[in-house]
Design a protein around this ligand. Sequence first.
Ligand SMILES: CC(C)(COP(=O)(O)OP(=O)(O)OC[C@H]1O[C@@H](n2cnc3c(N)ncnc32)[C@H](O)[C@@H]1OP(=O)(O)O)[C@@H](O)C(=O)NCCC(=O)NCCS
Length: 331
Amino acid sequence: MTAAQPTARIAATGRFLPDRVLTNKELEQMVDTTEEWILERTGIVERRIAPAEMGVTEMGARAAQRALAKAEIDARDIDLLIVTTATPDRWLPSTSCEIQARIGAIGKSAAFDLHAACTGFLYALTMAEGHVAGGRADTVLVVAAEKMTSIIDWDDRSTCILFGDGAGAAIVQRSENGEGILASHHRSDGNFADLLERPAGGAANPLDAEALRAKDHLMKMSGREIFKLAVRRMAGAGRQVLRDAGLKGEDVDLLVPHQANIRIIESTARYSRIPMEKVFVNLNRYGNMSSASIPVALDEAVEQGLVGPGSVVLTAAFGAGLTWGAMALRW
Ligand SMILES: CC(C)(COP(=O)(O)OP(=O)(O)OC[C@H]1O[C@@H](n2cnc3c(N)ncnc32)[C@H](O)[C@@H]1OP(=O)(O)O)[C@@H](O)C(=O)NCCC(=O)NCCS
């Protein structure tokens, strides 16, 4: 989709990462793997683990509060709160309502959850943009919070090495001087639904003793198949938004890709003709935090001065579903 003139911008970002670090070395003691294998095949060195008593409501609320503080916005002035998570604290009610209460965004705000797995933050930004463009909201808070370690099978070496916990947030408001979302592109293909799933615990396959024994309430992934699809889909979406925004690879100041695997990131950058010096990577420190990866990366990139007023940022993501997408922004 093309936006000739941006209508919505990211006014501020925030993040929260739990303190506890889990290193590759520690994983060597837990499953049949090595530090070197994990680093070479994924680019990950360590990841954060939330304590047992901390869920996504708490992590998301803390990221949201940091974004609100930076934008100097009172939580009561939020018109809409969208939360993306694949790991809600409970199935009912929505995590967005729980975060809404936790940060005190009560008054005029509506709140709902959006589930598009790792692509969720980009989907949510586009929803926020639509509400701002349509005049239905002045201030939208988007929160992406994930406790991936709560759905990991710690005996499965092909998945437990990849993921970490964390939360990111963004405040979306009306564009003022031509800054904001230039173009976005979202797709999904449910034919690949079985490649990354939690088979049990839902309406079709409720949790019972047999499901628990088979660990069907935990994440199952066909990593190699996802890898191939991710590179093609993410790179294709990136090229599409650049075309829609009338930009070329060399116009991009920073590529902020979903942080799943360094080899996927490098291929996406190559296809998009963006050198690795212009690619933001924090996967080495956090692993894959699903939908929280991009907002955490954006917040760090702004803090490090890699993104500032006028910067052109390209983001791209893929995840379970399959879902994928990309967005070009002028900061
Ligand atoms: C999971 C992933 C790291 C595996 O890397 P890979 O290079 O594709 O490795 P393969 O799956 O081909 O496995 C190669 C071998 O390494 C083994 N292996 C898997 N995990 C291992 C680990 N942690 N340590 C050591 N060996 C491991 C496999 O068992 C396999 O052994 P085999 O050849 O004897 O069968 C990679 O496929 C990946 O990152 N996929 C994308 C996953 C993803 O991003 N999912 C989230 C979507 S948002």
